[in-house]
Write a protein that binds this ligand. Structure first.
Ligand code: NAD
Ligand code: DAU
Length: 351
């Protein structure tokens, strides 16, 4: 059976890596990338995909049910990998409504579109990409497993938790074939420079202050984005319907320690004295409701489906810093909104 896979949010950070991996590794599939192109979505992230015969881009809002329904019909979609979301915790604190709208109502619209488009559920899959933040915060010990109860704290994580529940509700109520995965913090190329790692690399490059929330003692579990895309590939093809899989790097870092590593690597690659940019560290008011620690136990994925991270953190962070320094035009364009002009040239009034 021909696979026609709808990837939502494919112009974003993780989505663009996933689209590239699927388009390149599965030339026999049709990959349909549907994205609203918010501030976080950039077609420039996928320039190398534009002429691939098995790749199609459709600009649409996942909340627009008729538009999504017509994507299902036109492209005969039989698999969905759903990434489109508002993704930044700080923005969710300022504007919770848009998070509920896209993450909850958008996911519901997509589920309903799949359910109504699919006459039979044979050989269909709705795969929902979620976050470890739904589990809340850990103390100094322990890990999130697939059975950890949900306890979200930010409007972002509350909206993602709600979307996960809707996906499972569609599986339990209507039999929609669905899988959910919950991943830890990703890093790598094409991440919008509002998130810690690209923001700080960009600020070091521009000699701007590095705003460390609170005392910098919060802990995150970092995974290279291509390892996340590989995990999604494995789960999409071999995961069990109705199951949840946790994805993590077994790679915990206290923010301040990570920041010092980033400074060291960035200074060296910029030809500065290593550690010189530590003077830019500025402790600022903590994020409201800031979760102390995330750490994922991804043993289920490792033992049942054979996935594990391929890249060591030291190599990943070096590659990441190098990428942002080599792609300063991309950084300048996304921070200034200059890609709007690029879209207009490429797509005219459709954008
Ligand atoms: P991102 O913000 O970089 O990309 C999100 C994409 O979704 C953008 O291209 C944006 O234009 C698109 N989008 C937003 N609203 C839309 C709408 N209404 N309709 C259609 N498209 C819309 O996010 P990301 O970091 O790549 O995250 C992708 C997914 O992975 C999200 O669901 C996020 O919750 C999840 N996730 C992210 C991380 C991480 O560390 N970044 C970790 C775990 C899970
Ligand atoms: O855990 C998975 C989640 O990781 C994803 O679901 C989210 O989409 C993604 O944004 C990320 O959330 P975080 O809030 O952990 O990522 P962020 O890069 O915003 O922050 C990482 C840590 O760094 C966090 O403890 C807050 C801190 N921080 C962040 C920024 C932007 C700072 O100290 N200063 C900053 O300026």
């Amino acid at each position: 059976m021909k696979r026609n896979i709808l990837i939502t949010g494919g112009a974003g950070f993780i989505g663009s890596h996933l689209v590239r991996l699927f388009v390149n590794n599965y030339p026999e599939y049709n990959i349909i990338n549907t994205d609203k192109l918010t501030y976080a979505g950039n077609l420039a992230n996928l320039k190398d995909m534009e002429n691939k015969p098995n790749y199609t881009f459709v600009k649409a809002d996942i909340c627009d049910f008729p538009a999504i329904r017509s994507v299902f019909t036109k492209y005969n979609i039989n698999g969905v990998i759903h990434l489109a979301a508002e993704s930044h915790v700080d923005r969710s604190i300022k504007d919770p409504f848009s998070f509920a709208q896209t993450n909850v109502m958008g996911t519901l619209a997509l589920l309903q579109a799949a359910k109504t488009a699919w006459n039979t559920f044979d050989n269909k899959l709705f795969y929902h990409i979620s976050t470890d933040e739904v589990y809340g915060s850990l103390g100094n010990e322990g890990f999130f497993t697939e059975t950890t109860p949900y306890n979200p704290h930010s409007p972002y994580s509350a909206s993602k938790a709600s979307s996960d529940h809707f996906v499972r509700a569609f599986h339990d109520t209507y039999g929609l074939p669905a899988i959910v995965s919950n991943c830890s913090n990703n890093y790598g190329p094409y991440q919008f420079p509002e998130k810690l790692i690209p923001l700080f690399i960009n600020n070091i490059r521009n000699n701007k202050p590095l705003p460390v929330y609170g005392k910098g003692e919060n802990v995150r579990d970092w995974l290279y984005v291509i390892d996340h895309a590989r995990a999604i590939d494995v789960i999409f093809h071999n995961g069990k319907i109705g199951e949840t899989y946790n994805i993590g790097g077994f790679n915990e870092w206290k923010n301040i320690d990570l920041i010092k590593v980033m400074i060291k690597v960035t200074d060296r690659l910029l030809g500065r004295k290593e550690g010189e940019s530590e003077k830019l560290i500025t402790y600022v008011t903590d994020r409201a409701g800031h979760d102390l620690r995330y750490a994922i136990d991804s043993n289920k994925l490792k033992n049942e489906l054979g996935w594990q991270p391929s890249l060591q953190f030291e190599e990943g962070i070096e590659k990441t810093v190098q990428w942002y320094l080599d792609n300063q035009e991309w950084l300048d364009n996304v921070t200034s909104g200059a890609y709007r002009e690029y879209y207009k040239k490429m797509y005219g009034n459709a954008i």
